[in-house]
Design a protein around this ligand. Sequence first.
Ligand SMILES: CC(C)(COP(=O)(O)OP(=O)(O)OC[C@H]1O[C@@H](n2cnc3c(N)ncnc32)[C@H](O)[C@@H]1OP(=O)(O)O)[C@@H](O)C(=O)NCCC(=O)NCCS
Length: 255
Amino acid sequence: MSVPVVGPSGRQLPEGSIEVWLASLHGELDEVRHILSRDELDRASRYHFDRDRDRFAVGRALLRTLLEQYTGEPRECIRFAYGPYGKPRLATGSTTFNVSHSEDVALFAFSRGLEIGVDIEAAPSRPTDRDVAARFFSPLEAHTLFGLSLEQQSRAFLSCWTRKEAFIKARGEGLSLPLQDFDVTLAPGVSPALVRTAWSATEPADWLLFDISEDCPGCVAAVAVRAAHAVVSVRRLGSWAAGFEPRSLALCAPS
Ligand SMILES: CC(C)(COP(=O)(O)OP(=O)(O)OC[C@H]1O[C@@H](n2cnc3c(N)ncnc32)[C@H](O)[C@@H]1OP(=O)(O)O)[C@@H](O)C(=O)NCCC(=O)NCCS
């Protein structure tokens, strides 16, 4: 059994670098409970379906294990704090992260100090739901989408969805940020970008959007970052079942 190696513990991310990990959420709570905090175990116990419980637990164990590599903090000692709309962050330190899952895959994005958001959606085989687009997208986005050919629409729908979601996740405000109040690009061949916000004429220039779908087979995925320049790299984790074996637990500082 091998422990996944993602770099030396405590490795500092270069400024402007965003490292994204694509991982499978296969596994079970019992394989990872020694890594999780009491509140995470409580939350796991509240899931109605075992599959959702296991995916949450494995996701948190992966997040902790990856964060250990960036912070040098033993994974079971890492403490999270939560923003007013539930965005998790590290209680201490400058590493920032965001997580997204879709079915049994997850994306974990990390940076040094940048405001980042990530979203992944499994690409559907069904046609675009016009009602959903009309309800969730801005008028410009819906107009652009419905001007595309039917073949282009389902991909463009998910490009728009993931870019909008990555942006609201980077800001951490969840759906308290009205989805009609900002526009992103979505048409094929047009670079990912935030093009308008209703609250500021200058804010779009503060943000970069990246489409990382090519690195996420069968999915559409996006990263948003508040920065003038950033480099995104995506890595894929292999099987993680082997990475969770118990080791001697660290003595964590009292919180
Ligand atoms: C909660 C929300 C932030 C993301 O939800 P989601 O798309 O269902 O889920 P994702 O898998 O992408 O992200 C969930 C993860 O985001 C993180 N998260 C939770 N609240 C967050 C917030 N306010 N901001 C950023 N990240 C947040 C958590 O790590 C969470 O994982 P966890 O539950 O394992 O801790 C929010 O944007 C939401 O409710 N979206 C609903 C979907 C929607 O209508 N989208 C419209 C797009 S056009």
